[in-house]
Ligand binder design. Structure first.
Ligand code: HEM
Length: 187
């Protein structure tokens, strides 16, 4: 059987759609974990209702959005590699696969956190979870740069300037969020 030439483009489009869905799920899931652990600060009579709601939202998000997004990304990537197996001998692809394996570990680690939070056996603070939530951003930036630049991954001054700006923006958002939280606590 011959594979039609446009199959590669179909796989690539669906691969990118999968990536968007997967990351939307990963980002929002850890945000829900933050709300969930911070619900501990609510009055006891309200706490259980919030716990129940966050538990339901987390399960639905993980099983209906995040994991299907991951499966779509990986299965379409397999299709791309079956059509063009020579990618596997490229250095950028080998490095990409290393970072993707970190991302998969992160994905399954989120499931572990979810089950621990839901069984009330989790003692991380919201702040620690906020730091954890930065990890997929970093992996996203590296992986996207690897597929776009391939073996010409830029390491010049302009690149470091852009990386510095991205880190600065991420830190500013964190500090602003922290400032708003402190203000709210004061009020
Ligand atoms: C199982 C793991 C993965 C494999 C084997 C894989 C493989 C591939 C392959 C073969 C291509 C086509 C490259 C080309 O035609 O130039 C591709 C494209 C792409 N991949 Fe992946 N990928 C994987 C996971 C990911 C992840 C996790 C992300 C995002 C974080 C990602 C982002 C992209 C993007 C944005 C493109 C389009 C690049 C372009 O057309 O310039 N991939 N991937």
């Amino acid at each position: 059987m011959t594979i039609p030439p446009e199959a590669y483009l179909w796989f690539k489009s669906l691969h990118i759609i999968g990536v968007v869905v997967w990351f939307a799920g990963l980002f929002y899931l850890v945000r829900l974990f933050i709300y969930h652990v911070e619900a501990n600060e609510y009055p006891p009579d309200q706490r259980e209702a919030f716990f129940k709601q966050y538990t339901l939202m987390e399960k639905r998000l993980a099983n209906i959005i995040t994991t299907p997004g991951m499966i779509l990304t990986v299965s379409m990537a397999c299709g791309l590699l079956i059509i063009q197996p020579s990618w596997l001998s490229e250095k950028w692809m080998q490095i990409k696969l290393l970072f993707v394996s970190f991302l998969l570990l992160y994905h399954f680690y989120c499931y572990r956190i979810m089950s621990k939070i839901q069984s009330k056996d989790f003692n991380w603070t919201g702040r620690q979870l906020r730091i954890l939530n930065e990890l997929p951003t970093l992996l996203l930036v590296v992986v996207v740069m690897l597929v776009v630049f391939k073996n010409n991954f830029p390491t010049n001054a302009a690149t470091w300037l852009i990386v510095g700006l991205v880190i600065f923006m991420a830190l500013s958002i964190q500090f602003y969020a922290r400032y708003r939280r402190l203000k709210k606590e004061e009020a």
